[in-house]
Design a protein around this ligand. Structure first.
Ligand code: SAH
Ligand code: SF4
Length: 337
């Protein structure tokens, strides 16, 4: 359901103003699944709305569950028959949903399965927030607790679909609706500098992460084509500017590729690049996507982390989740197995 279209339709049909509120609250606050459930509306109006609008812009195609029941992946059909995936991860008290921002991705990072798909189109605002509402309803129905975190780290590059991504997060943040705190939301970008600059100026509380993956231009350009357009001497000033202006932490994601970017010398080089107390590094275990790369072993990751810490850079290692159902970072590519 496109919110603006719904608003306009109600206006054109002389509905009182509170009608919109009733529908909006049913969807975002009560987590209704269809117009039928909104019994505060007349049967006639419910039927009419049902004819004209889809209550959700997504139809679930397949839901997969990892063996440990901690990770779930949903494949959705969109109205034009394109497909996207999103993932729910449960860890202790955390319930994190990882959502997509585009169908496919044009950035072509060599280690990422979504990159192999190529780019189809941007997602609409409602296709973005409907992913979150799907999982919120799922948790509620199964009595599995409440959503605690939201990351835009699924398929696609969020800063190439800036307005719809920020628009969807704004709606999810609305205290009269879904009321999800900005501090519990994160966006990850591969380093689209104009997007980072625009985001800096928003001065909002949504967290930002940069997919860095290499300590120098030579290596980064080999695995991330975006680095040719926005090399480190352009990307890093935008990152420093972000932390200096917002005084917020900035996360750098670094996928550990065996024998490529995981030596102690490279850790030192990375530490020299990331000298700011608000910078934080997240080391990610490589999830298998194709045979171009291998995952660094635990020892290499441990020494890499130690070297960063020794040089004053704070760093954590992110556990990998949901690999066997192809739900890990970078594995979203609509693979049905
Ligand atoms: N396009 C955005 C957000 C989606 S990707 C971005 O690139 O930041 C989410 C994270 O998963 C990124 O840090 C990405 O680099 C990482 N990633 C991609 N492929 C991966 C893989 N095979 N193993 C582990 N992480 C991967
Ligand atoms: Fe796109 Fe991010 Fe995958 Fe790169 S890592 S191809 S930017 S989704």
């Amino acid at each position: 359901m496109n919110i603006e279209e719904l608003k306009n339709w109600l206006k054109e049909n002389n509905a009182p103003e509170f009608r919109f509120k009733q529908i909006y609250q049913a969807k975002f606050f009560n987590l209704a699944t269809n117009f039928e459930e909104i019994t505060s509306l007349s049967k006639f109006l419910r039927e009419k709305l049902n004819e004209i609008f889809s209550f959700s812009s997504l139809k679930i195609n397949t839901l997969k569950e990892a063996n440990n029941k901690k990770v779930y992946k949903a494949l959705f059909n969109l109205e034009d028959n394109e497909q996207i995936e999103s993932v729910l991860m449960m860890e202790d008290e955390r319930r994190t949903v990882c959502i997509s921002s585009q169908v496919g991705c044009p950035m072509g990072c060599l280690f990422c399965a979504t990159g192999d798909l190529g780019f189809k189109r941007n997602l609409e605002i409602e296709e973005i927030f409907d992913q979150v509402l799907f999982w919120a309803r799922y948790l509620k129905e199964k009595n599995l607790g409440k959503l605690t975190n939201l990351v835009v780290m699924g398929m696609g590059e969020p800063f190439l679909n800036y307005d719809s991504v920020l628009g969807a997060l704004k709606i999810l943040n609305d205290e009269k609706g879904f009321n999800f705190g900005q501090r519990r939301m994160s966006i990850s970008t591969c380093g689209i500098v104009p997007g980072i600059e625009k985001f800096t100026a928003e001065n909002c509380q949504v967290n930002l992460a940069i997919s860095l993956h290499a300590p120098n231009d030579f290596l980064r350009s080999k695995i991330m084509p975006v680095n040719k357009k926005y090399p480190l001497q352009v990307l890093m000033p935008a990152c420093f500017d972000y932390v200096n202006k917002t005084n917020r932490k900035l996360m750098f994601e670094y996928v550990m590729l065996k024998g490529f970017n995981d030596s102690q010398g490279q850790a030192k080089e990375l530490a020299d690049l990331l000298v700011h107390p608000l910078f934080h590094v997240n080391l990610i275990k490589y999830n298998y996507t194709n045979s171009k790369f291998g995952a660094s072993d635990d020892r290499a990751i441990f020494f890499f982390q130690q070297e960063l810490n020794k040089n004053g850079v704070s760093c954590t290692v992110r556990k990998s989740m949901g690999e066997e159902i192809w739900a890990g970072c970078g594995q979203l590519k609509l693979k049905s197995s």
